[in-house]
Design a protein around this ligand. Structure first.
Ligand SMILES: *Cc1c(COP(=O)(O)O)cnc(C)c1O
Length: 390
């Protein structure tokens, strides 16, 4: 139980039928502090905005981290509005307008191709860039490998060369999503530092920045946490700004998706809990093909004259309100008791939840967004909402 049900009273108090994302900005700050303590002491910690671009989350992270990593003009605008002290701008398909805005705002651009470097050179007076490189080796295991394999990201290591009109100060080597192995991650970072020094020397680059990206993992199916402590032992050479830019690991545990059970039915021997919500709000389980764990928040009031659908000691599929059989958040999860009107809470939905979902499909109302007070302690109490926005 614990954190999952800590917001129970808050959830029962929301508009009916309940459908909400709760983001706890105190939990975001706590996680940032924990990650900072694990990283090498001189490392720079940025937050990757694409994990959760809610303006309140972005504002919290702009203040708690050293800056933000953005991957579009929209995210760049968010980061500037949030007062980010540093901005790093990446992404494989940047428009001239986005590149110009990045240069104008003083963001450090990660250039992803030779053609892009020439376009950047044409836009400013020797703009400062890092080269995103798809290395031959030096990858990591995780959900999406992005280096050492054909991808649209970065410049093939064998094609690196000097391009006139830009000032290259380092490399960007984001390699993976959702790696769970802290020792392997530390080895990857150490290798990235060595490779960067060697490659900079060979290309005549004055190396100042080594950006090792994000990719710290979250295990959605267990309470296991990735252990980052091995990263603390990474030796950062003098004069090198070692940048980490995680998204998932910083934001996942600060978000909860809560939806009310609208209907309960059994067809052909299988029980379905139909929710006021679904994959159009929280697509990750459908995208990755797993069942996201949930807890039940019981709601005792039943103001209706007709009987209340209820199941006991059985397995249910938690499905959404969309007219497609793919709208499934969890399959075959055991419940002691579940009734129409109860609320299912999906924890660890603060990253790649709302932000990666297809909101307009079927045109249902969006969830409520509830932000809990910075520094509030969600465990064992109810954190009051300070801000709701549609
Ligand atoms: C997505 C992304 C990140 C964040 O990745 P996480 O897996 O959320 O840590 C960081 N840097 C770049 C370049 C990215 O594309």
């Amino acid at each position: 139980m614990g954190t999952d049900t800590a917001h129970a009273d808050l959830l029962r108090g929301l508009n009916k039928p309940v459908c909400a994302y709760v983001y706890d900005t105190g939990a975001l700050r706590d996680r940032v502090a924990e990650v900072r303590a694990a990283l090498p002491s001189r490392a720079t910690l940025l937050y990757a905005v694409k994990a959760n671009g809610h303006p309140e989350v972005v504002r919290t992270m702009a203040a708690a981290c050293d800056g933000l990593e953005v991957a579009s003009g929209g995210e760049l605008d968010l980061a500037r509005a949030a007062g980010a002290r540093r901005i790093v701008f990446g992404g494989p398909g940047k428009t001239d307008a986005e590149l110009a805005a990045a240069i104008e705002s003083g963001a450090l651009i990660n250039a992803e191709s030779e053609h892009e470097l020439r376009r950047i050179a044409a836009l400013g007076d020797e703009p400062t860039v890092c080269l995103r490189v798809n290395r031959a080796h030096g990858g990591l295991r995780g959900s999406h490998a992005m280096t050492g394999t054909p991808t649209p990201f970065g410049i093939d290591e064998t094609q690196l060369k000097k391009i006139p009109g830009v000032r290259v100060i380092g490399f960007h080597l984001h390699a993976v999503s959702n790696n769970m192995d802290g020792d392997a991650h530390a080895a990857f970072v150490t290798d990235a530092l060595t490779w960067s020094a060697d490659t900079a020397r060979a290309l005549g680059i004055d190396l100042q920045v080594v950006n090792v990206g994000g990719g710290f993992g979250v295990d959605y199916l267990s309470a296991a946490r990735m252990d980052l402590t091995a990263l603390h032992t990474v030796d950062v050479p003098d004069g090198i700004d070692l940048i980490f830019e995680p998204g998932r690991y910083l934001a996942a545990d600060a978000g909860w998706y809560a939806t009310e059970v609208l209907d309960l039915k059994t067809t052909h021997g299988r029980t379905f809990a139909v929710l006021r919500g679904g994959t159009h709000h929280f697509r990750l389980p459908a995208a990755w093909g797993y069942s996201h764990p949930f807890t039940v928040v019981p709601v005792d009031e039943w103001p209706h004259p007709y009987p209340r659908p209820e199941v006991r000691d059985t397995e249910v599929d938690a499905v959404g309100e969309l007219c497609t059989p793919r709208d499934v958040l969890a399959r075959a999860r055991h419940v002691e008791r579940l009734r129409a009107g109860d609320i299912l809470v999906f924890a660890r939905t603060g990253a790649y939840g709302w932000d990666i979902s297809h909101h307009e499909f079927l045109r249902h109302d969006p969830p409520e967004f509830v932000l809990t007070r910075p520094g509030s302690q969600p465990i064992g109490g109810v954190a009051p909402p300070i801000h709701r926005s549609r």
